[in-house]
Ligand binder design. Structure first.
Ligand SMILES: Nc1ncnc2c1ncn2[C@@H]1O[C@H](COP(=O)(O)OP(=O)(O)OP(=O)(O)O)[C@@H](O)[C@H]1O
Length: 128
């Protein structure tokens, strides 16, 4: 085993720590992320309730993860823009708008996944 291996492992572990710290910071500062957290719990509960197939879980997990990912990147973009351009600048506005657009696109895609996976089940559940 190379002598630097434990140091490399420690560095990897530290990187995970920074990543979790980032998610924690975003949760503390962005109240709307709590909405995503609640939605994630509800979707998970519905998945168990309706007994989703394996591939359906895969689609739902990807959709939920992608929305979280887009939201976290949007939060990071907002923080950087606020740091480098606290004053009004059209480019700063464009950066924030484009980052928010990424969230919107991903949320719409997740909505389509949700409708395809849960739509027919909810429809049947409501009908009987
Ligand atoms: N420095 C800036 N220069 C130009 N336009 C800006 C600037 N900051 C914000 N804006 C404009 O105002 C909009 C809202 O910005 P804001 O920082 O309030 O983001 P937000 O999406 O409301 O985020 P949050 O409420 O999560 O902090 C941006 O999408 C952008 O169009």
């Amino acid at each position: 085993m190379p002598r630097r291996f434990p140091a490399l492992l420690r560095k990897r572990a530290a990187s995970f720590g920074y990543a979790f710290r980032g998610v924690g910071a975003a949760l503390r500062t962005e109240v709307h992320l709590w909405f995503h957290a609640a939605a994630t719990v509800v979707v998970g509960w519905l998945g168990f309730y309706f007994g989703l197939a394996r591939w359906e879980w895969a689609a739902v997990a990807l959709a939920v993860g992608a929305v979280w990912c887009a939201e976290l990147i949007n939060t990071a973009v907002e923080a950087v823009v606020n740091l480098v351009s606290p004053e009004y600048h059209p480019l700063a506005g464009r950066a924030k708008d484009v980052a928010a657009g990424a969230v919107l696109v991903m949320a719409l895609a997740a909505l389509v996944v949700g409708l395809l996976v849960f739509g027919p089940r909810v429809w049947k559940w409501l009908a009987f």
